[in-house]
Design a protein around this ligand. Structure first.
Ligand SMILES: Nc1ncnc2c1ncn2[C@@H]1O[C@H](COP(=O)(O)OP(=O)(O)OP(=O)(O)O)[C@@H](O)[C@H]1O
Ligand SMILES: [Mg+2]
Length: 261
């Protein structure tokens, strides 16, 4: 047993392709590089978190935790020094059809209470859906980080997600720290700047300070089973995720004056 429970971060947005996995991978590695021990959980049956780290998603993993009561530690694989990762496993999609009562939502939270290994952070990547997997992530975590891609006009979707989250929190009598993460940001263009300003207006005190810029190295790195720090350590993508990991550690959000500055 670790002396202290690790802090848990979940990357969540039911919208696809907003940068959940890219953020899980690179925040995890940034935290490892700053000396922390990290456990990654790939809660998306697509297995992109595991694949991006060079781990085969079809190995047994979180599916064994959900269906067979296997301990998380027993399915964790060494991804890097200081970074262990649990792949989704082939049966993870079946979780969404699991029968039973409310306790189905607490399986991951209960399993995480049992982990050993002295981790500082647990990082969970979610699928682009809002079913039982997402509920399990929400119940297990301290912080929810919602990536929003500035490519899309994502404000409406995010407002909906925020409302849904608050309803779920009320229903389950829980409360989570909620953060918005701006991804695929292009500060040269007017629209993304406006979107970022609006986000700060709608979600004051919840927008993480560093916006992740559009950067080709971030898109290329997973194809080599590498994080951006391994693939192009001097890229804007590496700089942004290193800064973001610090923001997350210190829960640093955008101040109103910084939005248009
Ligand atoms: N800042 C960025 N710059 C350039 N490309 C990016 C950036 N962030 C993400 N991408 C690319 O955009 C695509 C979607 O990103 P990612 O897979 O992280 O999103 P996701 O939210 O996890 O998607 P899904 O909902 O399917 O799981 C990927 O091809 C990724 O490489
Ligand atoms: Mg993903």
């Amino acid at each position: 047993m670790s002396a202290q429970q690790p802090r848990c971060l979940v990357f969540l947005n039911q919208k696809g392709g907003v940068g959940k996995t890219t953020s899980a991978v690179n925040v995890a590695h940034a935290l490892v590089r700053s000396g922390h021990r990290v456990l990654g959980l790939d809660l998306d049956p697509q297995g992109h978190f595991a694949a991006s780290m060079g781990i085969e998603g079809l190995d047994p993993g979180l599916d064994d935790v959900f269906f067979n009561g296997v301990a998380i530690n027993d399915r964790a694989q060494q991804a890097r020094d200081g970074l262990l990762l649990v792949p989704p496993g082939p049966r993870l999609p079946e979780v969404e059809q699991m029968s039973g009562g409310r306790e189905r939502g607490w399986i991951l939270a209960n399993a995480l209470e049992q982990i050993g290994g002295g981790f500082d952070f647990v990082i969970i990547d979610c699928p682009p859906s809002s079913g039982l997997l997402a509920i399990n992530a929400l119940l297990a975590t301290d912080d929810v980080i919602m990536p929003v891609s500035c490519d899309y006009l994502a404000l409406e979707g995010l407002a909906g997600l925020m409302r849904t989250l608050m309803r779920v929190e009320q229903g389950l009598h829980i409360s989570r720290n909620k953060f918005v993460l701006v991804t695929r940001f292009n500060g040269q263009r007017r629209l993304p700047r406006e979107v970022r300003g609006k986000l700060e207006e709608y979600f004051p005190g919840q927008v993480l300070r560093t916006a992740i810029r559009d950067n080709v190295s971030l898109a290329e790195a997973p194809g080599f089973g590498q994080t951006v720090f391994e693939y192009r350590a001097d890229s804007n993508g590496a700089k942004d995720y290193a800064a973001l990991a610090e923001d997350i550690r210190h829960r640093r959000v955008l101040e109103p004056a910084e939005v248009n500055g």
